[in-house]
Write a protein that binds this ligand. Structure first.
Ligand code: F6P
Length: 357
């Protein structure tokens, strides 16, 4: 009987269970009876041999369940060759567990760093297949990651809720959405929630331009303004600093989050109310939306097909409307940023949305 290992790694998202269900159903249908070992808390479970032998029932009824039934953790790629605090080595123990269980393949549901580790394990001789998880949608080589659209749904709902109270009180609101390095959630939720200003890490902002949008709206009789800012939104003057200085400035920030910084700058010469709203980790929580349930099921089916074909060392991707696979080595170490010249941004600008640039 074929034996497979599966783990979920890095920050969680809504469609991890849906994707595991897709993989498990695919494997059961293509191979008949299989043994699936679920490693607990991501790569840590593989290192310490902490696993659960899964039954087909374990993968039933989880399509709409958020989080991950296996638990997850962050084991940073750059610390892969540094032992855990208790002295346990990581890579040699991962290989040991894989070999001890005599696995035919390890299936990794994870984001950028987790797929880099998956690639390392493939290079070390293990059979590995990756599936692209993250609410950030920043994995290079795939147009879509699972988790992204559910996070956009949550962020959009948060903006909708802020919209009505902002309008009632004639307030400026800064809504902060997740994304330290990339602005995909912010861009999509901003457009979907009808934001007036969208601030992305990829487009450094000028606070004077943000103020101009507020003034313009006031002149039009629109007494409220919705600004949607990514966690990694950055002012122009900071963005242009050399990397070392920029890091130092960001490390010295007065507030733990950019929304307060932006609100404070606006309030300097604005007499109206300015408020902040941060949906935070709610963006990763709750049930997956319909889009994610579909793409997760498709990703799961493709992973099972790759395994059946013994086509290892691959990451399942969605490219140009098709489910496909690319070598893990191709995606490892790269991020998919928002292109400031992309169609959606140009269209948003045509609609009058400011990007603070
Ligand atoms: O990578 C997913 C993500 O939710 C990012 O958008 C966010 O910046 C980060 O994780 C938050 O990390 P943590 O859950 O460790 O606070």
């Amino acid at each position: 009987m074929k034996k497979f290992g599966i783990l979920t790694s890095g920050g969680d998202c809504q469609a991890l269970n849906a994707t595991m269900r897709g993989v498990a159903k695919g494997l059961e249908n293509l191979f008949g009876n299989v043994d699936i070992y679920g490693f607990m808390d991501g790569y840590k479970g593989l290192v310490y041999g902490n696993y659960k032998k899964m039954k087909p029932m374990d993968f039933s009824g989880i399509l709409s369940k958020g989080g991950t039934i296996l638990g997850t953790s962050r084991v940073p790629f750059k610390e892969l060759d540094t032992p855990f605090e208790d002295g346990t080595e990581k890579v040699p123990n991962m290989i040991k567990t894989y070999k001890k269980l005599d696995l035919d393949c390890l299936i990794v549901l994870g984001g950028n760093g987790s797929q880099k580790t998956a690639n390392r394990l493939y290079e070390e001789g293990l059979n590995v297949v990756g599936l692209p998880k993250t609410i950030d949608n920043d994995i290079w080589g795939t147009d879509m990651t699972f988790g992204f659209y559910s996070a956009v749904d949550v962020a959009t709902h948060a903006i909708d809720c802020i919209y009505t109270t902002a309008e009632s009180h004639s307030r400026v609101f800064v809504v902060e959405t997740m994304g330290h390095k990339v602005g995909w959630i912010t861009l999509y939720a901003g457009v979907s929630g009808g934001a007036d200003v969208i601030l992305l890490p990829e487009i450094p902002y000028d606070i004077k331009k943000v103020r101009k949008t507020i003034d313009k709206r006031m002149k039009q009789g629109k007494k409220f303004t919705i600004i949607v800012a990514a966690e990694g939104a950055i002012p122009k003057e900071v963005a242009k600093l050399p990397k070392k200085e920029r890091k130092a400035v960001l490390a010295e920030r007065k507030y733990p989050s950019v929304a307060y910084e932006i609100a404070e700058k606006i309030a300097e010469d604005f007499t109206g109310d300015v408020r902040v709203a941060i949906p935070g980790h709610t963006q990763r929580g709750g049930a997956p939306g319909a889009y994610d349930r579909i793409i997760s099921s498709r990703f799961g089916a493709k992973a099972a097909e790759l395994i059946k074909d013994e086509d290892f060392g691959k990451l399942v991707v969605y490219k140009n409307g098709q489910i496909d696979a690319i070598p893990l080595a191709e995606t490892a170490g790269k991020l998919k940023y928002v292109d400031p010249e992309c169609q959606l941004i140009q269209e948003a600008k045509t609609l009058g949305i400011s990007f603070g640039d």
